[in-house]
Write a protein that binds this ligand. Structure first.
Ligand SMILES: [Zn+2]
Ligand SMILES: [Zn+2]
Length: 458
């Protein structure tokens, strides 16, 4: 069995992994770096050289897992592509949006290779995706309930509890099992239910480490955090503030909308206008359409109907009047320059009446990370092409991660005690903490941090 980490650095970036198992050659995920541009935003497909890839399996439709799929399909033209139905529906919207973003960036940053693919190529590639249900064994040739032939390879998607459509992927050959967690959450969120992962023997576990450098805060429970969040929102609305909540368009937007719905229903908060972005509204529509075909909480809740958010676009976010008593749930979560949350933050950051509430992961070097770390009274350039600003608005941080706590990752790994554990999808301190802890806890397992681009013989 061979493995190559195709992510350029030990980080959460253009996540992608090559796996060779019983002569079958696969790629798990084809992400695009959420922050970098040009070649730095792509997986190291070159490390595979000209090996024929038989199949590409996509765990979920976040940009850092599906963003370069059309490129991969151009490169591995014979490969079959598998994902869940929800991931396919979301992925197609996301990739078309990405074409628009890259077309704009071509002008703005002079990246002449952009757009890396077109709307037409996106349509053509998505027609070739094969949509698979959860918990259905499939052969790598795409047949259901595959025959158990020698050297045959089967895969199965398991619910990863991270965002709509997200999966962990089991690969089984005659004698061996490999499980890739994708992005996973072992706790319930407001909409998503906790992951349901296999409990059978696993030889090789490929595990995400997003939260590896953050201990679970003492006494943290989701219910307590929700209460703290609703109180902070109540206080901000009371003083007639605008509240900006930077979020990922997929997942965190819908979770926050569902939470706001709950707060209003429980009369914890008064009625107030809520704003989201255009891309977020498309993903929210998909959540609403799939209420009865997905495993989730609050299945009767239709967010677009029941929360009825207003929709902002690139222009209106610049010139809509900043009025108090409103909540802006805007992407991107890391406040990348030019995105709605970045543009809107620059409008309110110098006014002490307003609030910015962080609710999830932000890379420390991203504008959201810089803003959070500089804190009130500090200075920040949210857009490197614009003047620095003094941070006078109120800033608070809440913990509603869509990723497993490091404690639950360790617990899960200990439960299945695989022969080998490959640690991926984490910044270096996160991955290192996981390596040390797992090495101590599971002396019988080999714990590996795969060097980007290097071929590992497993
Ligand atoms: Zn994700
Ligand atoms: Zn990810």
């Amino acid at each position: 069995m061979k493995f190559i980490n195709l992510t350029r650095h030990t980080e959460i970036g253009a996540n992608s992994y090559y796996l060779e198992i019983e002569r079958h050659r696969l790629v798990l995920d084809c992400g695009m770096h959420p922050k970098n541009t040009g070649d730095d935003a792509l997986p190291l497909f070159k490390a595979i050289a000209d090996r024929d890839v038989e199949a590409v399996l996509i765990s979920h439709a976040h940009q850092d897992h599906i963003g370069t799929l059309p490129l991969a399909m151009r490169r591995f033209s014979g490969a079959r592509v598998f994902m869940t139905e929800a991931t396919a529906e979301i992925g197609s919207v996301l990739l078309h949006n990405s074409v628009n973003v890259m077309t704009r960036q071509r002008e703005e940053i002079g990246e002449l290779s952009y757009p890396l693919f077109t709307h037409r190529e996106t349509d053509r590639s998505s027609e070739r995706w094969r949509r698979c249900p959860l918990r259905q064994q499939m052969s790598i040739a795409g047949e259901r309930a595959p025959r158990r032939e020698k050297h045959a390879l089967a895969f199965e998607f398991f619910d990863a509890g991270h965002v709509l459509g997200s999966t962990g992927i089991m690969l089984r050959t005659e004698g061996r099992t490999v499980f890739y967690t994708g992005d996973v959450n072992f706790d319930d969120q407001t909409i998503m239910e906790a992951a349901v992962f296999p409990e059978e023997k696993i030889d090789v576990l490929i595990m995400e480490c997003t939260r590896g450098d953050h201990p679970k805060p003492e006494g943290w429970t989701r219910a307590n955090e929700e209460r703290r969040f609703s109180e902070a929102l109540g206080a901000a609305l009371e003083r007639d503030a605008c509240v900006l909540i930077p979020v990922f368009a997929l997942g965190k937007t819908q979770e926050i909308l569902a939470m706001l719905y709950k707060f209003r229903r429980q009369r914890l908060l008064p009625e107030f206008p809520i704003y989201i972005g255009g891309l977020s509204s498309k993903f929210t529509d998909i959540y609403d359409r799939r209420t009865h075909t997905t495993r989730r909480q609050m299945p009767r809740l239709k967010l677009m109907r029941d929360v009825a958010p207003y929709i902002l676009n690139d222009e209106t976010v610049r010139d809509t009047p900043v009025r108090g008593g409103r909540v802006y749930v805007l992407s991107s979560g890391m406040m990348i320059p030019k995105t709605l949350s970045n543009v809107f933050a620059r409008r309110i950051i110098e006014n002490p009446i307003h609030s910015i509430f962080f609710v999830g992961y932000a890379n420390p070097e991203s504008p959201a990370g810089l803003l959070r770390d500089a804190g009130i009274g500090g200075e920040v350039a949210l857009d490197p092409n614009k003047a620095r600003q003094q941070i006078r608005c109120n800033i608070e941080q809440f913990q509603f991660s869509a990723h497993a706590t490091r404690e639950s990752l360790i617990h899960q790994a200990a439960k299945i005690s695989p022969n080998k554990i490959l640690l991926v999808h984490g910044d270096p301190p996160a991955v290192e903490w996981m390596r040390d802890t797992l090495s101590n806890k599971l002396p019988g397992s080999e714990i590996i941090v795969p060097t980007p681009g290097a071929e590992l013989e497993l």
